[in-house]
Design a protein around this ligand. Structure first.
Ligand SMILES: [Zn+2]
Length: 289
C-alpha cells in the first residue's frame, strides 16, 4: 500500500501512468511520487552505463552529451558557489552528492573548499578516480557508506534528490553528515511551478524511469523541516543553456526535428551563445538547525 514519505498519510491518489509507471499524489500534503517503484536492479544498470552521460540526444533517460554542455554547467556552478560563499566562507569541506564527472567540485576547490564526491554510477566514479586527487565515494545516500565522523560544512545535490529511491534514508544520511549550522543546497524540478501547470502530464520532468520524487516549494520545505533544516532562500532556477543544447533536448519529444534543426542551422555561432533559462526547477538554500 502506498504511504506518503512526508506526512505518513495513506490517502494517495493516482494522477496518471507514464512509461508503465504510476505517478501518484498524497491527498493530505500534496507530495507527488512514483508508486510502485521499478525494480532497483534495472535502475542500477542504467546509471552504470557510460551512455547515461554520453548519448547525443536526451531520450527517456540520461544526460545527453555531458562533456559538451560542461562550459554551460560551469557558468551555473560558478553562480551557485558565489551564492554559497555569501552564506559560508571557505575553507571547509563540501560534499557533492551525485557528483557525476566532478565538475562542480573542481570549481569549489578553486574557490578554496575541500571537495568530496559521492557518485553511484560506475562510469562516473571511475572517471573521477582517474582524473582527480580529491576523495570520491561510490554509492548512494541510502548505502550509508560515509563514516559517522565525517562532517561537511556544505552539502550539495544538483538534479539528484528526484532520483533517490528512499527519500527517508537519504535525508537521514544528509542530516548525519551535515555540520551543526551547515548548509544544504538542493536543486530539483518544481512540481508546483509554472511549467508543470502549463504542460500538465506532458511536463518534461515527468520521467518516472529516473525521477522517483517530484517536489514543490511546500513539500520541499516540509521535507527539510522534518530533518532539522531551516530554509534560508528558495528561488526559481535559471540554468545556462544555448540553442544547440536546446535542440538536443527536443529529442525527448520528437526524434526527427532536432536533426532537421541542426542541419538548417549548421555551425552558426549564435547556436552556442550561453544565456540563462528557467528550467522548471527550484534551488533551495537551507541551514541545519
Ligand atoms: Zn503526504
Amino acid at each position: 500500500m502506498a504511504q506518503c514519505a512526508l506526512c505518513s498519510s495513506q490517502h494517495i491518489r493516482k494522477l496518471f501512468t507514464k512509461d508503465g509507471l504510476n505517478i501518484v499524489k498524497c491527498q493530505e500534503c500534496g507530495f507527488c511520487f512514483v508508486f510502485p517503484q521499478e525494480n532497483p536492479a534495472n535502475i542500477a544498470d542504467r546509471y552504470n552505463s557510460s551512455e547515461y552521460f554520453n548519448t547525443k540526444f536526451v531520450q527517456k533517460f540520461g544526460y545527453g552529451d555531458y562533456e559538451s554542455v560542461r562550459p554551460l554547467n560551469d557558468i551555473w556552478f560558478n553562480k551557485i558557489l558565489k551564492k554559497i560563499n555569501k552564506l559560508a566562507n571557505p575553507p571547509g569541506k563540501i560534499l557533492d552528492i551525485g557528483c557525476a564527472l566532478g565538475h562542480f567540485l573542481i570549481i569549489a576547490k578553486q574557490m578554496g573548499w575541500s571537495p568530496v564526491g559521492l557518485e553511484r554510477s560506475d562510469y562516473a566514479f571511475q572517471y573521477c578516480r582517474d582524473h582527480y586527487e580529491f576523495p570520491v565515494y561510490q554509492g548512494t545516500m541510502e548505502d550509508n557508506l560515509i563514516p559517522d565522523n565525517e562532517k561537511y560544512r556544505i552539502i550539495t545535490l544538483f538534479d539528484v534528490l528526484e532520483h533517490v529511491l528512499d527519500i527517508q534514508k537519504a535525508m537521514e544520511t544528509i542530516q548525519r553528515l551535515t555540520e551543526p549550522s551547515g548548509l544544504l543546497i538542493i536543486n530539483t524540478p518544481n512540481e508546483g511551478g509554472i511549467s508543470r501547470k502549463l504542460m500538465r502530464r506532458y511536463w518534461f520532468h515527468f520521467k518516472p524511469y529516473e525521477h522517483t520524487y517530484y517536489f514543490s516549494a511546500d513539500t520541499l520545505t516540509r521535507l527539510l523541516d522534518n530533518y532539522g533544516f531551516e530554509v534560508i532562500k528558495m528561488e526559481r532556477c535559471y540554468k545556462i543553456v544555448n540553442i544547440d543544447a536546446m535542440f538536443n533536448r527536443i529529442f525527448h519529444y520528437n526524434s526527427i526535428l532536432p536533426r532537421i534543426l541542426h542541419k538548417i542551422s549548421g555551425k552558426s555561432r549564435w547556436k552556442y551563445r550561453p544565456f540563462p533559462f528557467p528550467t522548471g526547477e527550484i534551488t533551495v538554500y537551507a541551514r541545519k538547525i
